[in-house]
Design a protein around this ligand. Structure first.
Ligand SMILES: [Zn+2]
Length: 342
């Protein structure tokens, strides 16, 4: 139904979306509006950017990573975000529209393209500022619920899972797993085991991927975290000891159980999502304004050992979205061997 070169269109649209994601990654953690000003500007000289500055990837390469107006260096991150987003869109369009083993599913192509875009924004804000913006998490949840509403209207079998629409079940699963880990970690080890942004993102991942694939994505995230965590420890051993940060960790009090329970109830009822439209409600429930930038750090000290769990969670979700077919058949084969053996 779709010609083979469809993925090239996806690549190009994805790179343009990546250009927009750079705006999201820059502005949301700083409490700035995405839509105002509607044009992009250079962070160095605030000069308004025009078409020659805005061609994805190519502008950065042609200008050799410098602003055309003030000559300030522009981080390679801008080009990387555009390239990664473009590559992911191309992969999604290949997997859902024009690849050899696909029926051509435009709804899935649109939903997964938007989903991986939100995950890219989450990865880069988390890496740069240790923040996953509420807006990004809310977007994922609403995307999943909206897509499921359409599949219910189309009468597709995956839209329902027992008595619940699948995306609601998925959101509950994602929230439940991550919040449960946070709660147990706090209860048993008196430690903050999971960031609140991770819990909210898992809820959105569940809403889009539905329960089974959401749990599979968490498995991929844990595996990625283990591999890179061990790598980080190995690299750290070679560096001279400073011994400073271990004491830092000890001085910070873990969150109270009451706060974890209360915030968890808030996430379950989506107060953080509704609260984006009603900041007063958000502030009453969580004790802070959703648009406050109190926790914002412009240049947090970035160490390899400090990589938060959020990027792994997002990378796992991207993996599950792209490789749903192979993962599902592997799971089914595993379950069948289980039944055959007993
Ligand atoms: Zn400039």
């Amino acid at each position: 139904m779709f010609p083979e070169w469809t993925w090239i269109v996806g690549l190009w649209i994805g790179m343009c979306v990546g250009s927009f994601l750079n705006v999201v990654v820059y502005r949301l953690p700083r409490g700035l509006s995405i839509w105002q000003p509607v044009y992009s500007f250079c962070p160095g000289c605030k000069h308004r950017l025009t078409l020659p500055d805005l061609v994805p990837v190519f502008s950065w390469l042609v200008l050799r990573g410098r602003c055309r107006h003030c000559g300030n260096p522009i981080g390679a991150r801008y080009m990387v975000v555009e390239l990664v987003t473009g590559a992911l869109w191309a992969a999604v369009w290949w997997a859902t529209l024009s690849g050899p083993h696909t029926m051509g599913d435009p709804l899935k192509a649109v939903v997964l393209s938007l989903f991986v875009s939100a995950l890219v924004a989450a990865i880069f804000t988390d890496l740069a500022h240790y923040i996953i913006p509420d807006q990004v998490n809310a977007f994922m949840l609403l995307l999943g619920l909206g897509a499921n509403a359409v599949t219910i209207a189309q009468g597709r079998p995956e839209a329902w899972l027992g008595p619940l629409p699948s995306s609601v079940a998925g959101a509950l699963t994602g929230f439940g797993v991550l919040w449960g880990i946070a709660f147990l970690g706090r209860l048993l080890f008196r430690k903050d085991a999971m960031g609140h942004g991770d819990i909210k993102m898992a809820r959105g991942i569940g809403a889009v991927l539905l329960p089974t694939m959401a749990v599979a994505s968490f498995g991929i995230a844990v595996a990625l975290g283990a591999v890179f965590g061990l790598l980080a420890i190995a690299l750290r051993k070679r560096q001279p000891q400073d011994g400073g940060d271990e004491e830092d960790e000890g001085t910070e009090e873990p969150e109270t159980l009451g706060s974890l329970l209360w915030c968890g109830l808030g996430y379950l009822l989506c107060v953080d999502v509704l609260g984006l439209a009603a900041p007063k409600v958000y502030e009453k429930w969580f004790g802070e304004n959703p648009y406050s930038t109190e926790e914002f750090e412009d240049e947090p000290r970035v160490e390899l050992t400090m990589i938060p769990f959020g990027p792994y969670l997002a990378a796992g979700a991207i993996g599950a979205a792209l490789f749903e077919g192979p993962i599902r058949s592997a799971l089914e084969a595993y379950l069948r061997s289980f039944q055959g053996g007993s």
